[in-house]
Structures are given as C-alpha cells and as structure tokens.
Design a protein around this ligand. Sequence first.
Ligand SMILES: [Zn+2]
Length: 102
Amino acid sequence: MGAAIRHFTATTEQGQVFTVNIERDFRYDPYRDFLVCAHCEWCPSLLTTERIIDMAGEHLASVHGAGRGLTQQENESFRKGRLIVLPIVALVLIGLLFLLKG
Ligand SMILES: [Zn+2]
C-alpha cells in the first residue's frame, strides 16, 4: 500500500488509542488517497461528500468505542518533505520571473 500521510486518532474511555490513516498511493497518476483503519479491515470509498475527518471519527467511535479527543495529524516525514519542496518551487518561480523580465 501507499504511504500514510495523515493520521486520525481518538481514545476510548479506558485511554486506549485507535488510529485511522490516510494512505497516498503514488502508483496511480494522479495519486489516490485511501482511508485505512489500522485496527480492522475498514477501507471506505472516498467518493463521498462527507468530510474525511467525520468519517474517521464516526468509525473510531462506533466500531472501536474511541469517541474521545479526535485529532488529526500530518505525517511528520511527509510534512518535512513538503517543507523542502516549497522553497525550491519558490526559487524556480523567482528565476522564471527574472528570465521573463530580461
Ligand atoms: Zn477500524
């Protein structure tokens, strides 16, 4: 499967943490995102008008009893990767602007 780019976590009354991941599969062009539960086989279609965090929260609460403190968190390495790419894109754009002026 793809790389997990975002995590949704919630805890149960007993403090047990459950996680649902968004996995991005780069084998497709354009890439595709999948919602995957880390604890069961749940993998719903994302072709829906529902917000993903709502779907994740509802699954965690109804199936795993984790209805507390729903949070979403971007994957650390994915976030860092984007932080590196952004300045490079900015530099290329600035370079293009200078080329067009000259
Ligand atoms: Zn599940």
